[in-house]
Structure formats: structure tokens, C-alpha cells
Design a protein around this ligand. Structure first.
Ligand SMILES: Nc1ncnc2c1ncn2[C@@H]1O[C@H](COP(=O)(O)OP(=O)(O)O)[C@@H](O)[C@H]1O
Ligand SMILES: [Mg+2]
Length: 274
């Protein structure tokens, strides 16, 4: 069952002089098991949009339906987990363990079952065991983000929404987070990533939505996105294009380092045969 967004518009500060239309007539659907990227410049409405997916915001007009139910029903909050842009705002308990336990215990899970869930979520997110008893506020930015993810995973959501999850991470942490999201997706969780820089994540995505001034300006597959918008190319795609221009006969419709590696290896082998 999908997340269906039907004719959704949303304004902040309605009826005041500060009224701001942030979303205008959004129609889209996110299927179970999909890996979705939502791109667009800062201020285009990305965060506002995903806050509608689990009912944190209610549309001014239109509706959001999750698995057949209005998104603001309490039950939906357990199905749709959201990781905010600043994980430190999401953490509050005395220890990492308690923080991750908070969500499920609030939904009546206790004892052994709770412990199992918490440990599983912490392990899945890759939080090191020596951090379980630490205060979340003594952790590094990358570690905090993993703890916040564990907290969301402990609710066993069907959909995982992440708002600018790579911002502030170093390249190594970025890669391990993308790997984690790939793993979670392969286990059946739908992943929705919001970012103003989606180019280097295109290889993960089934579909891409682009936001512009509160509207969806593009919907489609990563390949169509690359060829139909003037958006920046992934670094790896630019590299392949450069190689082609230098006369090396590689394909340039390549979005992942793995595919680029295979493609370059193939061309190298062909050259050796000749
Ligand atoms: N709490 C708020 N009050 C008033 N305006 C807001 C608020 N949050 C966001 N906006 C405005 O709504 C628009 C969309 O914002 P946002 O959804 O945060 O965009 P994005 O996530 O793409 O950067 C922007 O013009 C922003 O200034
Ligand atoms: Mg935002």
C-alpha cells in the first residue's frame, strides 16, 4: 500500500500578513518498497512535503493517505518514520539505549520484547555497543544521526523518511549511511530521501521527484532525470563523460562507482585483446 498525496496545498501562517504558500497542488504516490529521492533547491518545499507523510503537518487542502488511512492518524506515525535534518533535536533521553526505547515503549512494548527491539535497531543502524549507555549529547554528529535512525527503526516503520541525511557528514560517514539505507531498502523498507543535492544518490533511487517553488517540477526515473533537467550530474557520470571526450570508449550513462568500475574494466580488457 502506498503513500498517496492528492491535491495537497499548504500555507504557513494562514490568515496573517506572514502567510506563505509552501505547497501548491501536489499529486504523487510512493509505493511500498520504493527508493525515492526528493530534490530541489533550499526553500522549494521538500521538508514541508515530507512532514505531511506522517501527519506532522495537515494539508490546507487535499489529503495524504497512507495505506488507506489519513496520514494524521496515530497508527500511521508508527508506519512512517522520519529522521529530521538536525538529529540532535530528535534526541533527548539520558542514554542512547533509553532514547531508542522511548518510541516503542510509548506504544506499549515492554520487557524482553522491548529490549530485543532496541538492540536490534541499534545493531541495524550500526551503533557501537560501547555507546549504548552514553548520553546521546556526548556523541559526534555522525553517531547522533545513527542513534536517531535507530530510534526510528525501533518503531519498525514501513517507510523511512530522511531530511537532508548527508548534511554535515564526512565522506566516510556519508558512504556508510548510504550503504545502510541500501541494506534497509533491500530488507523491504521504503526509503524516501530529501536533499538539495541528490546527484550522488541517483544510483540508489527507483524514482526521483524534483520540487520547485512548492510544486513538483519533475517525476521520473533517474535516467530521465539526468537527461531531462539541467541539474548537475553525479561526479561519477561527469568523469565517464570526460573519459569519453578523451576518446576512451566507455558508456557515460553510469551513475554508480560500481558500474563505472565494471565499464572501465570492460574497456581495459578490450584494449588488451586488441
Ligand atoms: N515554520 C515556517 N513558517 C513560515 N514559513 C516557513 C516555515 N517553514 C518553512 N517555511 C517556508 O516555506 C517554504 C518551503 O520551506 P521548506 O519546506 O523548509 O523547504 P526546503 O525543505 O525545500 O528547503 C520556504 O519558503 C520557507 O521559507
Ligand atoms: Mg528542508
Amino acid at each position: 500500500m502506498p503513500i498517496d498525496v492528492k491535491g495537497v496545498s499548504f500555507s504557513y501562517n494562514t490568515g496573517t500578513t506572514l502567510e506563505k504558500v509552501a505547497l501548491e497542488n501536489i499529486n504523487l504516490s510512493i509505493g511500498k518498497g520504493e527508493f525515492i529521492l526528493i530534490g530541489g533547491e533550499i526553500g522549494s518545499g521538500k521538508s514541508t512535503l515530507i512532514r505531511h507523510f506522517n501527519g506532522l503537518l495537515k494539508p490546507s487542502t487535499g489529503q495524504v493517505i497512507v495505506d488507506g488511512m489519513p496520514a494524521h492518524e496515530k497508527h500511521v506515525k508508527t508506519k512512517v518514520g522520519i529522521l529530521f535534518q538536525f538529529p540532535q533535536n530528535q534526541l533527548f533521553a539520558k542514554t542512547v539505549y533509553e532514547d531508542v526505547a522511548f518510541g516503542p515503549s510509548n506504544f506499549g512494548i515492554k520487557g524482553k520484547q522491548l529490549d530485543k527491539r532496541v538492540i536490534h535497531a541499534l545493531q541495524l543502524a550500526g551503533v557501537r555497543e560501547e555507546l549504548y549507555d552514553r548520553s546521546p549529547f556526548t556523541l559526534s554528529g555522525g553517531e547522533m544521526r545513527l542513534v536517531a535512525i535507530a530510534g526510528v527503526l525501533a518503531m519498525q516503520p514501513d517507510y523511512l523518511l530522511l531530511d537532508e541525511p548527508l548534511s554535515g557528514l564526512d565522506p566516510e560517514n556519508k558512504n556508510s549511511l548510504l550503504l545502510l539505507l541500501k541494506t534497509l531498502h533491500s530488507q523491504g523498507i521504503s526509503v524516501v530521501i530529501v536533499s538539495h543535492r541528490i546527484a550522488d544518490m541517483l544510483f540508489l533511487a527507483d524514482r526521483v521527484f524534483l520540487m520547485q517553488d512548492g510544486r513538483v517540477s519533475f517525476k521520473g526515473k533517474p535516467d530521465d532525470y539526468i537527461y531531462s533537467t539541467s541539474s548537475p550530474l553525479p561526479d561519477i557520470t561527469s568523469l565517464m563523460k570526460d573519459l569519453r571526450q578523451k576518446g576512451i570508449d566507455v558508456r557515460d550513462d553510469v551513475f554508480s562507482i560500481e558500474d563505472a568500475f565494471d565499464e572501465i574494466t570492460r574497456v581495459q580488457k578490450e584494449r588488451m585483446v586488441r
